[in-house]
Design a protein around this ligand. Structure first.
Ligand code: ZN
Length: 461
């Protein structure tokens, strides 16, 4: 089975301090990982970092040994929670496993499998002094298989591929490669990106991702094209509305017609579906192009559980319906797992998440509480125009490229929120705040039952 490893930039910084100390001798740590088992590769998601104290080890410049009983309490935790185990140590300049590493992995891993048998694989990884990481699955009988990739998610989105050379840049990708270089073009082609919502902001996001030659797209939207959509969904036609074609199918048709090699998977369902959650959990990047509060909250939670960078798009037009326009604005939020959230950034409150969920699952109860004044109403059918949607979609895709290939004068950390108001002449950005107390503690949990601790998502395995 092929596997990848994902950790946060905060976790890598903690590991670098421990694994690459001043004295130049090797050191070691144990990572306990949640998993996304729904796709290929199996994704290992760092949940807990346990540093083996330097003084407990026999440390030399090219090897480290330690008494195995030191890690037994952590293996018990891994076994109880069903987490995979990754042993990680540091190398300076030497970008492969040494013969000593081979011998020590073959010695250690049989006992790992004996202690922790609920995870299908365990792995060994190396952190380099330049921040790169690589690793391998070590099977129970001591066979090695390189990790397909290691992902580090922070202010930047980093990916280190485990093998396979870059293919030549095709003619249709040359202008992208001229802008960002062949390395970034290759990374775009290897990415799997999920887009939830294929309507107003979703369709221009999809258009731009496909034209940037993203390797594979997962498109989620339950709705059919209607007359009222034709003013703002890219690539829709009168015929699509008359035939009632699915929005995801229209998007997939447009991408296929482009002929740029992007593969597409369509899911004509909502986010509140275990099949959709599992598929999105296998993505490298997520875009949320929804206007429902409970949908945005669930996607933020999914991105946290599965350590996936998440771009949230919001647009708002306040108009009186008779031509009076009070406000035209939009925002792009970049959310990194373990960092702040839409909730902690006060985009909405938990009250509003509950109200939106009730409107979706129990409309009668929702209406009753609304009439009795117990609820603040959820806004529906708001005004929307293609030129604002496309602007916000472009900001989001530029934000994504800036994270993949940092090009701004300021560091990416300064740009966690981008806000624009066309009515008030505002174009501003904000730094990330404190980690969200509600969501950040779930970072790296991966598959649990029910999925995402969300009762509606139980079963369906
Ligand atoms: Zn080594």
């Amino acid at each position: 089975m092929s596997a990848s490893l994902t950790l946060t930039a905060r976790q890598r910084a903690e590991l670098a301090r421990h694994l690459l100390p001043e004295d130049g001798c090797e050191a070691v740590a144990i990572l306990l990982c949640g998993m996304a088992r729904g796709g290929n590769p199996l994704r290992l998601l760092v949940r807990q970092v346990h540093l083996i104290p330097h003084e407990a080890c026999d440390r030399r410049p090219d090897a480290v040994t330690w008494p195995t009983e030191l890690i037994v309490p952590w293996l018990e935790v891994a076994d109880k929670l069903g987490l995979a185990v990754v042993k990680i140590h540091g190398h300076r300049g030497y970008d492969r496993f040494s013969q000593t590493d081979d011998e020590s992995d073959r010695l250690l891993f049989p006992s790992l499998y004996a202690w922790v048998d609920r995870a299908p694989v365990h792995a060994s990884a190396i952190l380099m002094d330049d921040g790169r990481l690589f690793g391998r699955v070590v099977s129970e009988d001591g066979q090695f298989q390189p990790l397909q990739a290691v992902h580090v998610i922070g202010d930047d989105i980093e990916r280190f591929d485990g093998g396979g050379g870059a293919a030549a840049v095709p003619e249709h990708g040359r202008r992208i490669a001229q802008t960002f270089g062949g390395g970034t073009f290759e990374r775009l082609r290897r990415l799997k990106v999920g887009v939830v919502g294929c309507s107003g902001t979703g369709s221009p996001v999809i258009e731009q991702l496909a034209r940037n030659c993203i390797g594979s797209l997962v498109l989620v939207d339950p709705d059919h094209v209607e007359d009222k959509n034709l003013n703002r969904i890219a690539n829709t036609t009168r015929d699509d509305a008359e035939q009632g074609r699915l929005k995801v199918d229209v998007a997939a048709r447009a991408i296929a017609a482009m002929g740029l090699g992007t593969t597409v998977q369509t899911l004509a369902s909502t986010l509140f579906d275990p099949v959709v959650v599992r598929e999105l959990a296998s993505c490298d990047v997520l875009f949320g192009c929804m206007d429902t509060i409970d949908g945005r909250h669930l996607l933020n939670k999914l991105a946290t559980f599965y350590l996936i960078p998440y771009f949230d798009l919001g647009v708002k037009i306040e108009a009186d319906g008779m031509g009076g326009v009070n406000q035209v604005c939009g925002s792009v939020h970049y959310l990194q797992p373990g960092g702040s959230s839409l909730l902690s950034r006060h985009v909405y409150s938990l009250e509003q998440v509950r109200a939106a969920g009730m409107m979706r699952t129990d409309p009668q109860q929702y209406q009753r509480l609304l009439d009795e004044g117990y609820l603040r109403g959820v806004q529906e059918d708001r005004p929307a125009v293609v030129q604002l949607n496309t602007l916000i979609a472009s900001l989001a895709v530029n934000e994504f490229l800036a994270r993949l290939h940092p090009y701004r004068l300021d560091p990416n950390a300064e740009h966690s929120v981008t806000r624009i108001s066309l009515s008030h002449g505002i174009f501003e950005h904000e730094a990330d705040g404190q980690p969200c107390p509600v969501l950040s503690r779930h970072a790296g949990r991966g598959d649990v039952e029910p999925l995402l601790d969300w009762p509606e998502l139980s079963g369906g395995a």
